[in-house]
Design a protein around this ligand. Structure first.
Ligand code: PLP
Length: 399
């Protein structure tokens, strides 16, 4: 037998599978709501003006492509840290936080997972929400962890099963890693309220759990500072804290792979030791991150003019998604009276657990060439003023 003869075919990625099926569909009226990408009202992935301008500045410099430091571009790391924790926050001014540039949010999660696997006591387990972004479980399992799920989504209320979540947090072993979505929960769109976060922070802190906040959608919920609030509150609570963030969506820089991992420690001295070890994780994986995406984001965040432009462009994306939620609900009220979709307006971020069943999703695909994820997750950011009527008519027919 050869090395490969016993290797089984890996399961297909459920979401990429949706896109493959969509691509193969010959119907010109097809619509893909299965994606995890923001599209503008013309159904295009935008190239932001702030990115174009930052790239023009960078191109004019004609700088050589040297290696970046292991932890990435210093100006980028500083800007990310201030964005994530707040410029004047104690963790930043006391130098208790460290930030390393990472290959998107996924890369940040993997750096954190590898670091935790190396430095947590044997037997440490990871908890993710039920459901969660489909890569969370696989990523932490690949890093060597046992991964459990805490209750999160409640199909009956189409909101959060908060009592179940809190109860689960109270039974986790001290030192367990708890992955939390800082805002815009993927896939459900259901977020905790401020008061619920207060309770979560209290339990996590008092029980010595290790919070790992994944923030892939900062700015898509209620605003950049508003969405970052949970991170700041956890940082103020004082325990160890991991934060992965991504600019894939907020700068529309998907393929450039720009994200970061930040860790808050108890002191500057502790933070320095953590950084030194985190750099070893980077060094032994890919040595140092790529230069372009980080430079674009650092340039845009450092220039008051470009930063304002970015904030405006991000607000435009946020507002458009909100409008699509409103429009979807209003049109469904008309076309499918008797079905309550008001929960869609309360959801935050790019996604909605629409409540559509697997059978209804199949009918949408087979009869109308409308592609959603089997769980009923739709990407609200893939709706636009041109396709919404087709989508609403089809949903009304399969309900
Ligand atoms: N975390 C969550 C919750 C996500 O939804 C995503 C992307 O869809 C990521 C992380 C990964 O982000 P990136 O594409 O920057 O790796």
């Amino acid at each position: 037998a050869s090395l490969f003869s016993a290797i089984e075919m890996a399961p297909r990625d459920p979401i990429l599978g949706v896109t493959e099926a969509y691509n193969a569909d010959q119907n010109p009226a097809k619509t893909n709501l299965g994606v995890g990408v923001y599209y503008d009202d013309n159904g295009k992935v935008p190239l932001l003006e702030c990115v174009k301008k930052a790239e023009a500045e960078l191109a004019a410099k004609l700088a050589p492509r040297t290696y970046l430091p292991i932890d990435g571009l210093a100006t980028y790391d500083r800007a990310v840290q201030e964005l994530v924790f707040g410029a004047g926050s104690a963790v930043v001014t006391e130098k208790r936080a460290i930030t390393v540039q990472a290959l998107g949010g996924t890369g940040a999660l993997k750096l954190g997972a590898d670091f935790l696997k190396h430095f947590s006591p044997a037997g440490t387990e990871v908890w993710i929400s039920d459901p969660s972004w489909e890569n969370h479980r696989a990523l932490f399992e690949m890093a060597g962890f046992k991964v459990n799920a805490y209750p999160y989504y409640d199909p009956a209320t189409r909101g959060v099963n908060f009592a179940g979540m809190l109860e689960a947090l109270k039974t986790m072993k001290t030192g367990s890693v708890v992955l939390l979505h800082a805002c815009c929960h993927n896939p459900t769109g259901a977020d905790l309220t401020d008061d619920q976060w207060t309770q979560v922070i209290e339990v996590v802190t008092s029980r010595g759990l290790v919070p790992f906040l994944d923030m892939a959608y900062q700015g898509f919920g209620d605003g950049i500072a508003e969405d970052g609030q949970v991170v700041r509150r956890f940082a103020e609570a004082g325990g160890p804290l991991f934060v992965s963030n991504s600019f894939s969506k907020s700068f529309s820089l998907y393929g450039e792979r720009v994200g970061a991992l930040s860790i808050a420690a108890a002191s500057a001295e502790e933070a320095a030791r953590v950084l030194s070890q985190l750099k070893r994780v980077v060094r032994t994986n890919y040595s140092n991150p790529p230069i372009h995406g980080g430079q674009v984001v650092a340039t845009a965040l450092a220039s008051p003019e470009l930063r304002k432009l970015w904030e405006d462009e991000l607000a435009e994306m946020r507002v458009r998604i909100r409008e699509m939620r409103q429009l979807l609900v209003a049109k469904l009220k008309e076309k499918a009276p008797g079905h309550d979709f008001d929960f869609v307006i309360k959801q935050r971020g790019m996604f909605s657990y629409s409540g559509l069943t697997k059978a209804q999703v199949e009918r949408l695909r087979n009869e109308f060439s409308i592609y959603a994820v089997d769980t009923g997750r739709i990407c609200v950011a893939a709706l636009n003023t041109k396709n919404i009527d087709v989508v609403v008519d089809a949903i009304a027919k399969v309900l």
